[in-house]
Design a protein. Sequence first.
Lengths: 414, 161
Amino acid sequence: MKKVFALALGILTAIGGFVDIGDLFTNALVGSRFGMSLAWVVVVGVLGICVFAEMSGRVAAVSGRPTFDLVRERLGPRVGLLNLLASMAVTLLTFVAEIGGVSLALELATSVNVFLWIPVVGFAVWLVLWRVRFSVLEDVLGLTGLALVVFAVAVWQLGPDWGGLWQQASHLAKPPQEGTAVYLYYAVALFGAAMTPYKVFFFSSGGVEEHWSVRDLTTMRANVFVGFPLGGLLSLAIAAATTLVFLPEGVQVDTLAQVGLPVAVALGKLGLVVVLVGFFAATFGAACETGLSVGYSIAQYFGWQWGKYVRPREAARFHVVLLLCVVVGVGTLLTTVDPIKVTEYSVVFSAVALPLTYLPILVVANDPDYMGEHVNGRVANTLGSAYLVLVLVAATAAIPLMLMTKAGQRRAGQ
Amino acid sequence: MTRHHDAVLHLLDRQLADCEGRLVAKVDDVELAEGDDGRLRVVALLTGPGALGPHLGGRPGRPVVTTGGQVLGRLNDVRLVPSVSGQPGYTVDALVVSRRPVGSTLGYDRRAEQGPWLVGALVRALHRHDTLVPWTSVTDVDWKSGRIVVTSDDVRPLAQP
């Protein structure tokens, strides 16, 4: 019974923790402009993150090595440093966006200006990272994040033409008013949002934090293969909700308030309350995850003691990095930069940083010196190789597409 | 088969931990010293910015040439075996020489079947001319200019058949 409970808890937190500000906003925006015609990218991205999260989780469970350990071991100090700088920049950008997201959610709930909330949120995130136990952090925020299921309820309440939605999703029917380059740009953005590198840094380091061993492989796989796809369904529900409310009006989602609007339309005040709780939990949880991920990757590159499984004084440098992250994050937001813009850039840049993260995982997951009998099977290798190619294509295309489309702006005169 | 390790693949960039399992630092460099018998032994693992810094510049390996003047490539790694005659530690047994200026074999030279096929095939193709030169073939190491002179007799391909 206890085992079943642990399994269920793991899956539920995986669902609730899957969606972050990048998924939330990118899916809502894409829904409002492209309907469900980019749903296939979410499916492809979610399968990709499942493949690599399972691999990195398995490496962590069998060899006790988190991802950035492998990055430096296999790519050497030079390329490892390049990857560190790239993925840190992206993760820090995401961290900034998440803190902004939490503050915006609080502003929506309280009507207190967002700039008053930002320092408070930064302080709260730091306090949680410093004091709260890892498992508590993951369980509480993951479970609260499940409030976002309200999007699925809202879609059902809005009583859509299911056939029409399926038609859009299955025929890749790009709306005629949008150009192909913009369509591809948002495909890369959605892909980057789903496969963002911090998710594997966090997942594998979390495995080490919780002392996974070979015996935990089944639990880990259940989290990945049940929890992540259900989290992906949440992403699709968000896209479907904005498709139904905004696409017919030709309104583009630009703010967090608009992301939540379909829920308010469908379910009224109560829905609004639930969706705000969901926003708060999802972004606050992801702020903790991204903050920790920056600390994990720097500490693992330089070999410092890291993690919340030791007391903060034993991992002093790790906690200094966390504190600096919070200071930089809050400072950046107080320059009045728009958190939503930061989110948009963070998901596209994360597509650029993907290959250098996923290659070492794939290589080490095949190395019997680390993995013994738990090396990749044929399915993991076929999918892993296919995604490596895909990730390379997305990484190469991301910046040119961004420049060509002026970061996804609508063509003039529309 | 004797158990061998490669210095770059198995020692460099590895995690150092103390006796209680706390993480301490990374192996940023490996120090080798020449013994009385003229062989190189691993004498220290170096750590810290002073050891890491030079590696960040991407300094290419030392050139390896034959006594006949033919350039075999650059030193990419050194193969280590446990020291004989009861001494602890590792002794350099062979040089791994690559024509590629940068990049390593990522461990793919060790097993022919190691997957995934795509990555394995690519790495093996890039490093198909890599060679292994036994230490007994090394005639001279010029520490000043950094050239390593070897006889070409026992040079063999690196990749496992």
